[in-house]
Design a protein around this ligand. Sequence first.
Ligand code: ZN
Length: 236
Amino acid sequence: MTLRQLTLPGGHSIPYTLKVSVKRRTIGLRIDGNGLTVHIPRRVSQHTVDHLLQDKADWIARKLTELQDRPEAFVWQDGATMQYLGQDIRLTLRQDAKNRALEFDGTRLYVAQPNPDDIKTVQRKVAQWYAKQARTDFTRRIELLAAKLGVSTPPVFLSNAKTRWGSCNSRGEIRLHWRLIQAPPHIIQYVVAHELAHLKEMNHSAKFWAWVEKLCPDYAAARNELKAMSVALHLL
Ligand SMILES: [Zn+2]
């Protein structure tokens, strides 16, 4: 394993790791969190490697940029910034002999426990806190919007589904993802409006979208915003 530099035509240089493998027959490039790694068979000259890298320079530069633009995984530590109703809040870990309830002062979420380094417990407690806030917030929105739509308030459940933010089944039960509480209020409003509109229309027809619009006039913008932030909302 050797560390090298690839100098791009523009003069910009990229560090990469060169790995020689006896089993390989071809040169392989990999780009991941560790940057660029070049796997080569034995007896390949540096000249050949240089040539190939120059050939692929555009692709390499593009892949590295894509990787940088991707949101980073959430790191559970004291001072970490989290989202709550679209606002930045700060995770604050404190050592306390007793396990205490979480405290939230509007900008900081305090988690006190005997061992603040016990991140598994911090994670569980924070998720529980979010779920509790989500239940209160979603219930209130559902009540208000159901009244506006002229339907009786449906039962609401929290979900942890991988691929959808909300759902409405044929029994008229609504499920909303607890992670949605991280999003700004107008985004939550859109998801609630969307699921409630399914009580009128169990499809995504023009009639359905007209109901959504009645509850949430800016639904199209909110829908796009939600798509754009979905990956980030799943990081926590
Ligand atoms: Zn739908």
